[in-house]
Design a protein around this ligand. Sequence first.
Ligand code: GLN
Length: 317
Amino acid sequence: MATIGQALTAATSRLQGAGSPSPRLDAELLLGHVVGLDRAAVVAHPEVVLGADHAARFDAFVERRAGGEPVAYIREVKEFYGVALGIDARALIPRPETELLVELAIARTRSALGARPRPAGAPPFRILDLGTGSGAIAIAMARALRRARYGDAVRFTATDISEAALALAVENAVAQGVADMIDFRVADLLSSAVQVDGSPDLIAANLPYVASTVIDELGPAIAFEPRIALDGGPDGLDVIRRCLDELPTVLAVDGCALLEIGADQVADLSAAVAASLPGWTQAVHRDLAGRPRVLELDRASAAGGAGSVERPDPGRS
Ligand code: GLN
């Protein structure tokens, strides 16, 4: 019978041989999942002998990972902005970069709500998570805003073109106790989503933005994720450009859109924004790696002239 320490060593070398970029971490996460403990507890007890059932399940998980399947799909959970989201092949695995988008969107919401006192009966501040996938953005925001006592002042719409993804998002919202704050709609970008719920004050969207030809170069794990969540056409910007074209008819008059983007897309997007949204202000926010990651589009400035600014990193709390 193998101990935890021996099982981890064997699995790490198996996963290293299979080309995983993080073999030891993968092994620890998968073993923790099998025995029902977190990673730290597993690492702290290398001498414990694994039962036969656990050993067999662990081997099966390691083989799935060796075949390229992402750890998040095997564990069926991914931590995002402090939330353990249920994850499976119905939706993209939330990426840590997207936490920047959530942080900016929360800050924006709080400052909008703080700026104008809300009389009783005032309509809620409407937030639209466009292409919600697993629900990560809307759910992380809803939890944080409710904790900060803004729960009654905001209302979310979360949309996806994929019914399967939206079903996962609903499951996650229920599990996280925020389903009452979010309206879920199957929708292709902006048009039909807002006819029902009214103009959003804030749009936070992680739309597909990877160039079609680049997707297959991103490693074997990416093939397990829904292509529709990643594929942005020849230059990656097909969906975002379509979103830009729809923004003027949909976003509230003083509204703001925060769009996750690829680091190499700033110049192309600037040009697209200038063409589709004359007079709107655009700003680029960088992620923790220092790479351009979120494009902020403000409509309120449209009356007062165009502008383009690079905002400093907002920092993290
Ligand atoms: N950041 C993701 C990746 O590179 C892409 C997410 C997206 O297309 N929205 O895998």
